[in-house]
Design a protein around this ligand. Sequence first.
Ligand code: SF4
Length: 334
Amino acid sequence: MTAAAQHIVNISGGKDSTACYLLAQARGRPFRAVMADTGNEHPVTIDYAMSLGDRTGGPQVELFRADFSERMAKKRAYIAEHWPRDGVPQAAVDRAIAALQPTGIPFLDLCLWKGRFPSRRAQFCTEFLKSDVIGQQVIDPARRAGPVIQWLGVRRDESIARRQAPLWQVVSTPGLSSMRYYRPLIHWTAEDVFFYARRHGVDPNPLYLQGMGRVGCLPCINASKVEIRAIATRFPEAIERIAEWEAICAETSKRGVGTFFAADVTPEGARLGKRIARIADPAERAAASAAAPWPDARQVAEWARTDHGGRQYSWIIDHEDDGLSCSSQYGLCE
Ligand code: SF4
């Protein structure tokens, strides 16, 4: 007899995964609800997700986290052996090894291990903090027991990258049972998901009512100017936390630099980037980049409070989209 498929719903604490959870419950089949905790969500988002079961009578959301301690130990050994050979001053080597200690905060530990923050071009945070965590700790063990259907709260109208996302997608892996991604909200709009939750008596994550467009990481590396402005205004402690992470991360970076937001997000940063890119000699370019005053999280937050052009302060929160929304096909970053 073929084993019945195990239904697993991915939760992010946002509106779409909440609607997915409610839909799975309405379909009446047993399911698990799982969430990857990156350590960079607002506590409200974690609390919201963890209370879904109690508020709806559905399954409790299971929380999973990445652990980088082994990889950080290997990196410490690598730095001790290789950096002095590469001409890195011993003081910088000692500083990096001292800073490269697990904090238990997955996002920070990932950046310490990598020696840098993720970026739009190198968005390794989604993979290491979300897909790998759920894949290795939940999906693969489940697939050893039988077939899996993974529910994803993805909507086509969210972004260009998701416009072609299929309703069903079959994944085959040697040695594991089959898995299908299921995107039941594919044709829904944002209004539809809010309406559906309301119909089931479930309020949205309170962060939506406080001006947040997305409620995954707070902030996300891809946050738009408007989102950074809203975060800096309502949750200045989140910007302070990122500034602290930047200072720790800079210690473990070979260049001694670590900025959370893209260095060219501000006009000054973009101009600086262009000037440095024009330096022909690679060693001189690297030295100029290491010495450059790249905008840190506090400066980016200050810039976000200005109007277009970055000179005048704006007191109106508008709703422009700088086109920086996350492009994951799997909806893991909301
Ligand atoms: S929400 Fe943003 S910062 Fe967080 S894992 Fe996704 S892309 Fe990275």
